[in-house]
Design a protein around this ligand. Structure first.
Ligand code: ADP
Ligand code: MG
Length: 367
């Protein structure tokens, strides 16, 4: 369907538009059927939606923005129980975002200002997007999943209008959460010559300040793998005033992720704690990949031998002999950046994770 639409783009934009929309809808349906792939499928759906919209008359920007945003509202059907480990991060989000929102009186009573947003940062594949979706589900709120790179790349020069349209729509739909995923794509340093980014950040700041002051019911979350590329104006208090480090899962987290993945898979009575011990430093996505590769072994074996069997330790050993943590380069880059720019005080959590200001603990084992 998509390739057909691609070939029709020039000749028959109207039909191409329809095909893109249909494809986008199928992806949305799939995302509900396969919650474990939800974020990827929803991203696919919104990319196709954008393709469809790009074929429409350019004059109708307001409607375009509306459509983009609507396409990425997720039904909140996730909760924190879908996120293994990360207990202190969950507590932080509950305390800073969900609690003030649900109990405004208590916060008023103690003179604590609600509002502002939370920026999650950390290596890729460790659950930032998942946490944002879970927070929305937990609070039972509509969820605008705004992928910064999409918003920016497609509507060069119109991004400011899109952002103000997004916020006005969010106010209409409130209570809700706006989640800026990959926010570094928007918030890149305004001092750079790229004036598209500059207008965008200014617009975003104006809108965010509005959200913070009138006790509006729009919560803001953001995530980035590249905190060092985020415009510092976005990090000041009242904007994304708090940053939370989302680390790779600890042993309990790795265990939890494996249990979720292997829940209804054929497996001997294995002690997964042994596997969790052997995967220190692995991201959540790495853990899923390990389990996937283990299943591949059994499936390939079936095609060779025609025999089914259950997962055994040796399958994990096989996979782990070839696989390393994917987050090591991230930590290397982060530590280098922190030292070069003297940011030790801002990134204490990252430094703690790698073993203090100088140490390199366990972690280097995977390098
Ligand atoms: N703590 C976790 N609990 C359960 N699954 C996780 C966890 N961390 C990562 N995952 C898995 O890895 C995938 C990638 O995580 P994601 O939230 O997209 O990472 P990020 O946004 O930090 O790059 C998720 O879809 C999920 O399947
Ligand atoms: Mg993500």
């Amino acid at each position: 369907m998509v390739t057909e639409a691609d070939t029709l783009r020039e000749k028959d934009p109207k039909n191409a538009h329809r095909l893109y929309l249909e494809a986008s809808e199928s992806y949305l349906r799939l995302s509900r059927a396969y919650p474990q792939h939800e974020s990827r499928l929803v991203n696919e759906a919104s990319a196709l939606y954008m393709k469809a919209q790009s074929l429409k008359s350019k004059g109708n920007l307001k409607n375009q923005a509306r459509a983009i945003n609507q396409a990425i509202i997720l039904p909140p059907d996730r909760s924190f129980s879908d996120v293994a480990g990360l207990e202190s991060v969950k507590d932080d989000i509950k305390m800073k975002i969900i609690a003030p929102f649900k109990n405004p009186d208590i916060f008023k009573y103690y003179g604590k200002k609600a509002g502002g947003g939370i920026m999650m940062y950390g290596p890729p594949g460790c659950g930032k997007t998942l946490l944002a979706e879970a927070a929305a589900g937990e609070a039972g709120l509509l969820f605008f999943h705004v992928k910064a790179s999409d918003l920016k790349s497609k509507y060069v020069g119109e991004t400011e209008k899109n952002i103000s349209e997004l916020f006005s729509q969010a106010r209409e739909q409130a209570p809700c959460i706006i989640f800026f995923d990959e926010i570094e794509a928007l918030g890149q340093d305004r001092n750079e010559t790229n004036h598209i980014g500059r207008g965008f950040v200014s617009q975003l700041l104006t809108e965010m300040d509005g959200v913070g002051t009138k006790d509006s019911k729009v919560l803001l979350l953001a995530a980035t793998n590249m905190p060092w590329m985020v415009d510092t104006a976005l990090l000041r208090n009242g904007r994304f005033g708090s940053s939370i480090f989302v680390p790779p899962p600890d042993k309990a987290g790795r265990l939890g992720i494996m249990r979720m993945f292997l829940k209804d898979k054929p497996m001997e009575a294995l002690d997964l704690g042994i596997i969790a011990d052997a995967t220190e430093g692995f991201s959540g996505a790495d853990m899923n990949a390990v389990c996937n590769e283990v299943l591949d072994i059994l499936i390939k074996e079936f095609f060779r031998t025609g025999k089914k069997r259950k997962i055994e330790y040796r399958d994990f050993a096989d996979v782990l002999s070839k696989r390393k943590s994917s987050v090591v380069p991230w930590f290397r880059k982060a530590v280098e950046h922190i030292h070069r720019h003297q940011l030790q005080d801002y990134y204490e959590d990252v430094l703690d994770y790698v073993g203090g200001k100088d140490g390199r603990r366990e972690f280097s084992r995977h390098a």
